[in-house]
Design a binder for this molecule. Structure first.
Ligand code: ZN
Length: 208
């Protein structure tokens, strides 16, 4: 097995993913962050469609409803770009401010009382008011993170939350990636680097 230099494809193994069976969270100290569930990523006509993303909608929708009902904060991040954005050096044009692709999918429409954070980069903390609300206003300790793309905006936001010592919780059925490797490596990083907790399903989380 080669552990240095370029990975040898034949030696790649699925990483160990410690699962937490169920978790009970204090709604007054918990925020659910729904990352980038926008038409450009979730709708088949979107410019950066993630084919696995639509299948996460039922789990995310159910979790959002339960979080709202419990009194937990619900935050939606919205990837937001303008025409001169440097991200288009990396990706095709997507999530242009005001476009249909930029809008959060109808099924998860933010409701009064939810909070929407527009962000220009993968990390929802970078250059946004997210930390201000979570820490200073709401006194949040735990963030549940769902959405897409798992190894990009979900992972970078989870990392940024972990670095700030928020407790990070990720339901595996609420995140989606383009490959199984990306999905697995995301969950691996969240548990191993940030002491995050992964549950198999959003339904394994209780607000109580
Ligand atoms: Zn973007």
């Amino acid at each position: 097995m080669t552990l240095t230099g370029l990975p040898d494809k034949s030696s790649l193994e699925l990483p160990e993913l410690p699962l937490t069976p169920t978790l009970t969270l204090d709604p007054s100290r918990t925020a659910l962050i729904v990352v980038d569930m926008q038409n450009d990523f979730v709708d088949p006509d979107g410019s950066l469609f993630v084919p696995a993303a639509p299948s996460t909608l039922p789990a995310i929708e159910a979790l959002v409803e339960r979080a709202r009902k419990s009194g937990a904060r619900v935050v939606f991040t919205q990837d937001t770009h303008t025409s001169d954005d440097r991200e288009f050096e990396i990706w095709p044009v997507h999530c242009m401010l005001g476009s249909r692709g930029w809008q959060i999918v109808d099924r998860l429409s933010p409701q009064p009382g939810d909070h929407v954070v527009q962000k220009a980069r993968y990390d929802a903390f970078y250059g946004t008011e997210l930390e201000h609300y979570l820490s200073r206003i709401w006194k949040i300790e735990t963030v549940i993170i769902v959405g897409t793309v798992a190894n990009i905006c979900v992972a970078q936001t989870a990392a940024s939350a972990g670095l700030r010592w928020f407790d990070v919780v990720v339901p595996a059925d609420g995140i989606s990636a383009l490959t199984a490797f990306d999905q697995a490596s995301t969950l691996r990083q969240i548990t191993s680097l940030y002491n995050g907790k992964v549950v198999a399903h959003g339904a394994d989380l209780n607000f109580g």
